[in-house]
Design a protein around this ligand. Structure first.
Ligand code: G3H
Ligand code: 13P
Ligand code: ZN
Length: 335
């Protein structure tokens, strides 16, 4: 199966009332973990690469690994998505390379740190929408700003400082014509999202519900949606790691979001935790090992297990064969 546009995958998810995990990758093992999880659960998948991932891997490598994935897993509808594009030029280069979906994150300025103005966000997002839709490529935008800072990306402010204003979200969608809207509801990237289990005061699911009421036909996106399970933290700490106690986004809150218009759920940290725990365990238990395969195989398998859980919990499991991909040229005509 060829790559599919994210718009088609999210339209299908909306029709079926389920969510689709969008999992970040930087290397071959992570792509393999996701594709194996997708095959086992019969799930459509969104694989996403950040600017950091494109730089780390040299994105030609990443692109060809993704091509291999589409050849080896022809039964899986696969979206290749740019996560947190910081400028029109970054989105353009991803589209030229063959990504089938891009995020223009105009909630921050090009430095990926400074919160932008509404007018700036509308301008750059609209520009990307015009460029992308002409080629049948999907566009995700963001209104409101996530908290925290991870690998140079993020406003670095309190997670509740720039929670999405529902009226502004409505206006933003009208002015940009985007396909999917990321909203800020108190989450942040990385492992340290909440210092206690989140409540309605720290994780604003009521915003999602209100935004969905105003924009029932827009696909909502939750960023910073790793659950940071205690079991994964414990494995890391049992084998020499030093994670401080922390809470992520409980899966039941994500499921509440999915009942209220959330169609794309971004997860990176949970994969990182699973990989790191598995590698630490081999280093700790078998210090004589030096073949990278001895620790990368368990790492890949640990990530696969987390992804299987999320695909099942988000409801995308079992939906891979529901539809045939619409080519981008045909998608372009639908806009
Ligand atoms: O946007 C956040 C994702 O977790 C990607 O992180 O920029 O470190 O690749 P990264
Ligand atoms: P996590 O850090 O919670 O996995 O969030 C990932 C994300 O939002 C990528 O865009
Ligand atoms: Zn994100």
């Amino acid at each position: 199966m060829a790559f599919v546009s994210m718009r088609q995958v999210l339209d299908e998810a909306a029709q079926g009332g389920y969510g689709v995990g969008a999992f970040n990758v930087n290397n071959m093992e992570q792509i393999q973990a996701i594709m194996e999880a997708a095959r086992e659960t019969k799930s459509p998948v969104i694989i996403q690469a950040s600017r950091g991932a494109r730089k780390y891997s040299n994105d030609r490598f990443l692109y060809h690994l993704m091509l291999a994935a589409s050849e080896l897993y022809p039964e899986i509808p696969t979206v290749m998505h740019l996560d947190h594009g910081n400028s029109v030029a970054t989105c353009k280069s991803a589209i030229e390379m063959g990504f089938t979906s891009v995020m223009m994150d105009g909630s921050l300025m090009e430095d990926g740190k400074t919160p932008s103005t509404f007018e700036y966000n509308v301008k750059v997002t609209r520009e990307v929408v015009e460029m992308a839709h002409a080629k049948g490529i999907t566009v995700e935008g963001e209104i409101g700003t996530l908290g925290g800072i991870e690998d140079g990306h993020g406003a670095g402010v309190d997670s509740l400082a720039h929670v999405t204003d529902p009226a502004q979200a409505e206006e933003f969608v009208k002015l940009t014509g985007l396909d999917a809207l990321a909203v800020a509801i108190g989450t942040s990237h990385g492992a340290y999202k909440f210092s206690t289990k989140p409540t309605g005061a720290t994780l604003k699911m009521d915003r999602v519900i209100e935004i969905h009421k105003r924009l029932p036909n827009v696909h909502l996106v939750m960023h910073g949606s790793s659950s940071v399970p205690k079991e994964l933290q414990d494995v890391i700490n049992a084998y020499g790691g030093k994670l401080k106690p922390t809470w992520g986004v409980p899966v039941e809150e994500i499921q509440l979001g999915i009942k209220n218009g959330v169609r794309k759920v971004n997860v990176d940290t949970d994969s990182r935790l699973a990989i790191t725990g598995a590698i630490r365990r081999v280093f700790w238990e078998k210090p004589e090992e030096f073949d990278p395969r001895s620790y990368l195989s368990p790492a890949r398998d640990a990530m696969k297990q987390v992804i299987i859980q999320r695909m099942t919990q988000f409801g995308q499991a079992g939906h891979a064969a529901d539809y045939q991909p619409i080519p981008p040229s045909e998608m372009a005509k639908r806009y």
